[in-house]
Design a protein around this ligand. Structure first.
Ligand SMILES: NC(=O)C1=CN([C@@H]2O[C@H](COP(=O)(O)OP(=O)(O)OC[C@H]3O[C@@H](n4cnc5c(N)ncnc54)[C@H](O)[C@@H]3O)[C@@H](O)[C@H]2O)C=CC1
Ligand SMILES: O=C(CO)COP(=O)(O)O
Length: 335
């Protein structure tokens, strides 16, 4: 089996997160190949050691090499897959073959199919072993070498986790073991939608109490949805759930939070989404999450509120609707 500490690891996607992961992997002097969709970015990374479009704060390590050719990526032992969720299927499908290990780092659910990223990857890369990497990881901090920890969920169990973590763990980047890939995915996908909601609260000036209440009630939605899909609650209490939720719901470094804040301040969703170059995954996840929750009878009023705001709802009215829901017990399935 290929892999181990000498396994050749690459990064598929040179947005902020893919570039930061490449920088993190290169921090021990290792050669890292990164695939960029934009031709000009391939040239810029290789010649100027920068990514001025998506991660302008970083000076990239000399051992990072960019390619625009997916054939190069197919020859590696392991790939961190870091495309936006809605493009993962098309990018993986365009590869002539797939490495043994695919570590999915995108946070979202595919619109239309309602499929989680691990399902999308399994549809397309039938022979690969799939893992999910998710946790509190703002790209600019990881690229700067600041410490964090992530959930690395492997449905192939500890053997797969040992192989991958030997390739990607670094002193300031600590993967924790899980075998709950559904839980790891749901944490990252749902928290993006909840971060938009917290941004709205901030934009409307509703205060820090309201934001904390929203995080707690949003977490209850994440747990209910997770349970319906077979996720374990302890996974969602960890790095990929609560950890990432707390991070993203409290910082304008989050694109999702910032999008919500601008909505709360009165900008229209259409204006905010038009010609957007960076991805705010929560805006794409919200509609499909509403659909999946409805199909399963899971109450997700905050997620529904975000969906309503993204489709033209007025922030104060949407908040007022949320606040006028019937009072009920804090624990339980009814939301
Ligand atoms: N930025 C961050 O701090 C973190 C991001 N993530 C996740 O990583 C994933 C990628 O996000 P970022 O790297 O931040 O993206 P980004 O917003 O920095 O860049 C956008 C990316 O989308 C790609 N793209 C645009 N149109 C495309 C198409 N038609 N086909 C394929 N690719 C296309 C661009 O090439 C670029 O790589 C998302 O799912 C995000 O939730 C996860 C953890 C941290
Ligand atoms: O997922 C992230 C941090 O863990 C990044 O969040 P945003 O996509 O909202 O910037």
């Amino acid at each position: 089996m290929s892999g181990g500490q000498n396994g050749r690891v690459g990064v598929l996607g040179a947005g902020a997160w893919g570039t930061a992961l490449a920088q993190m992997l290169a921090s021990d002097g290792r050669k890292v190949l990164i695939w960029a969709r934009e031709r000009e970015l391939v040239d810029e990374i290789n010649s100027a050691r920068s990514n001025s479009i998506y991660l302008p704060t970083a000076t990239l390590a000399d051992t990072i090499h960019a390619t625009g050719d997916l054939v190069d990526m197919a020859k590696l032992d392991a790939l961190l897959v870091v495309t936006p969720a809605q493009h993962m299927r098309s990018v993986l499908a365009a590869m002539p073959a797939h490495p043994h290990d695919l570590v999915l780092c995108s946070k979202g659910i595919e619109a239309g199919s309602g499929r989680l990223m691990n399902h999308v990857a399994k549809d397309v890369a039938t022979g690969s072993a799939i893992a999910i990497l998710s946790g509190p990881t703002f790209a600019h901090e990881v690229a700067a070498g600041l410490p964090t920890a992530v959930t690395l969920a492997c449905d192939g169990g500890e053997k797969q986790w040992n192989r991958i973590s030997a390739m990607i763990a670094r002193p300031t980047f600590r993967p924790y073991y899980s075998d709950d890939i559904i839980g790891a995915e749901i944490g990252g996908s749902v928290k993006n939608v909840l971060a938009i909601a917290c941004g709205v609260v901030d934009g409307l000036g509703l205060g820090q109490n309201a934001r904390a209440a929203l995080i707690a009630r949003g977490y209850a939605e994440m747990l209910r949805f997770g349970e319906a899909l077979g996720a374990r609650p302890e996974t969602l209490a960890g790095l990929c759930g609560l950890g990432d939720l707390v991070l993203t719901c409290s910082s304008t470094s989050s694109r999702n939070f910032s999008l919500g804040k601008a909505l709360g301040e009165g900008m229209s969703a259409d204006t905010l989404m038009a010609d957007r170059r960076t991805v705010a995954e929560g805006a794409h996840t919200a509609p499909v999450l509403v659909e999946l929750a409805e199909q399963r009878g899971v109450a997700m009023p905050i997620v529904e509120a975000v969906h309503s705001l993204l489709t033209g709802g007025a922030p104060r009215e949407v908040v007022s609707d949320l606040l006028s829901r019937p009072l009920r017990a804090e624990q339980g399935p009814a939301g």
